[in-house]
Design a protein around this ligand. Structure first.
Ligand SMILES: [Zn+2]
Length: 208
């Protein structure tokens, strides 16, 4: 389900929040394992395993070991529009999927994940106490996986930003938004006239 917005006559994909139910169990600078970094732990609707969806059209870049949570990194195919209205490439990192062999097999065949294509899952790979997806997002192309460790011993995605400055929440049920400033596509300020194209489950709607 594509979600795009135009700026100066050019169409950009917005970054969609990567799960259908937002239940943030640890946010930016969280006291358990996010000290000093922008990162979200997303638990979905319950304690089970729910899928993760591609925020934008994206290509696989790199992955880490199972011991390090099967961290997997993607880069947007094109420049995208962030929720703060800026336009740039995006780098995305997801951790804790118990099995990423399916993603890697597709990537080996040159597969490009479409916006909102289901690609991964919550899980407990690495150091996780319950099923969730650890999600980080950065502006710019993928250059290296991590910065750190910082003074708390925490690593983070290079150039990461707060996810509410990146992702829109159209179609997402917010159970716990962690008090962050989540926006829908219609609230993203482009600095010029723009229109939103929202190809949803039940058809296409265009807003201007
Ligand atoms: Zn986390």
């Amino acid at each position: 389900m594509a979600l795009t917005k135009t700026k100066d006559g050019k169409s950009y994909e917005l970054l969609r929040f990567p799960m259908k139910v937002m239940n943030i169990t640890q946010g930016n600078n969280g006291p358990y394992s996010h000290q000093g970094v922008n990162a979200l732990d997303i638990a979905g609707k319950d304690t089970g395993i729910e899928p993760t969806f591609a925020p934008c059209s994206m290509r696989y870049k790199w992955h880490d070991s199972a011991a390090n949570g099967n961290a997997i990194f993607f880069e947007s195919v094109n420049k995208v529009m962030f929720a703060d209205g800026s336009i740039d490439y995006a780098t995305l990192m997801f951790i804790h999927d118990n099995y990423i062999g399916d993603i890697l097999a597709l990537a080996n065949k040159g597969h490009v994940f479409a916006q909102w294509e289901e690609f991964g899952d919550e899980g407990t790979a690495g150091r996780a106490t319950g099923n969730h997806c650890h999600f980080e997002v950065a502006k710019g192309k993928y250059s290296r996986p991590y910065d750190g460790p910082n003074r708390y011993g925490v690593f983070c995605l290079h150039n990461s930003i707060s996810a509410d400055k990146a992702c829109v929440v159209d179609g997402v049920t917010i159970k716990n938004g962690n008090g962050m400033a989540w926006k829908k596509a219609s609230q993203v300020k482009t600095g010029s006239s723009g229109s939103i194209k929202w190809t949803a489950e039940n058809g296409t709607a265009t807003f201007t």
